[in-house]
Write a protein that binds this ligand. Structure first.
Ligand code: DGY
Length: 332
């Protein structure tokens, strides 16, 4: 019997390709060449499924004319790269990789927060540039985390993991989210629900972990930055586009907030040129989930989803993390 064909859009751990090859005829991209627009569409012709990456835009235009395509499996928890209504309408199952990256991403959020508040990279660049001649009392004064107020915008799994870390620093935790958490969860996390305006005004450190959508586009722009404390730090772990990068660069340059830490950018891998020239920002290349163990777990989960969504393997017909379960239900 011929195996169904699948595409893996980006280079991935070779063991994952080997596992997929037990069930599928795999068109891999281990040389990691850029596949966008027409190239991606051409490679998807005749494929039953795709293991995709958060940077692969998969929308109505792309899936039109691909009648064989039945599963799109993102190796990411965020899925703003997928047009889920269009996939659902076309009968294509969409999946993502929640849970396996929660703690690793929260660890990195904490690292970025500390580096930002305590000026770790800025002072390191200065030292490497040979500028350290003697110690002085006011070198690289930063902002304390200990006993400060942490604000979290978007209180999903990663937001909650960040709130748990705040307990060790004696912080007060405020949060704002589309929906309020149950009271017992708030109690366990020691987190208080507030309006977005109060979150902006009260936070010493504001962490962004909300999903990107048309509604969350530029959730932090010039108007919001103006409501923050001049001593505040802002950390974006969510998606580029949640922050207006140009407005943030202006606010940093003018000292309207103290500093920012950014792992995601509006036009990544391009970074707004003004962010590259302000000193009070820590910049990292979208690596919050990048521990060896977690990236393997994400790739394995994406592969489990693809195998199961195409009706084979030990979980046939029951992919572990489906975004549009109605499509699977229609197949039963
Ligand atoms: C995710 O999983 O959404 C991370 O941002 C990696 O893309």
């Amino acid at each position: 019997m011929t195996k169904p064909s699948v595409l893996v859009t980006r280079a991935v751990f070779p063991e994952v390709i080997d596992r997929l090859a037990q069930y599928f005829d795999v068109d891999d991209n281990q040389p990691d060449v850029a596949l966008d627009g027409a190239a991606l569409k051409a490679r998807l012709a005749g494929k039953a499924g795709v293991l995709a990456n958060a940077a692969d835009r998969i929308d109505a235009g792309l899936v039109a004319g691909l009648p064989a395509l039945r599963a799109v499996c993102n190796m990411a928890v965020g899925y703003n790269n997928l047009d889920v209504p269009a996939l659902t309408a076309a009968g294509i199952v969409a999946t993502n990789t929640p849970d396996v990256l929660t703690e690793t991403t929260a660890d990195f959020g904490w690292a970025l927060l500390m580096a930002t508040a305590r000026r770790v990279t800025e002072s390191e660049h200065w030292l490497r540039a040979g500028k350290w001649e003697r110690w002085s009392y006011d070198m690289f004064l930063g902002m304390d985390l200990y006993r400060s107020t942490l604000g979290i915008l978007g209180m999903g799994r990663i937001g909650q993991a960040l709130a748990r870390r705040a307990a060790g620093f004696g912080m007060s935790v405020l949060y704002h989210n589309r929906s309020r958490l149950p009271e017992d969860t708030e109690r366990v996390l020691n987190a208080r629900y507030v309006s977005k305006a109060e979150l902006l005004a009260q936070s010493d450190h504001l962490l962004l972990v909300l999903p990107y959508s048309a509604q969350s586009h530029h959730s932090i722009g010039a108007a919001e930055l103006a409501q923050m404390k001049p001593s505040a730090t802002l950390v974006n772990l969510a998606r580029g586009g949640v922050v207006d990068d140009a407005a943030l660069a202006r606010a940093l340059r003018e000292g309207r907030i103290f500093a920012a830490g950014l792992d995601v950018f509006e036009a990544e891998p391009q970074v707004h040129p003004d962010l590259l020239t302000v000193p009070n920002v820590v910049l990292t290349p979208h690596i919050a989930s990048a521990s060896e163990k977690t990236r393997r777990a994400m790739a394995d989960l994406a592969a489990d989803n693809l195998i199961a969504a195409l009706g084979v393997g030990p979980q046939a017909g029951q992919p572990p993390s489906v975004i549009n379960p109605e499509v699977m239900a229609r197949r039963r």
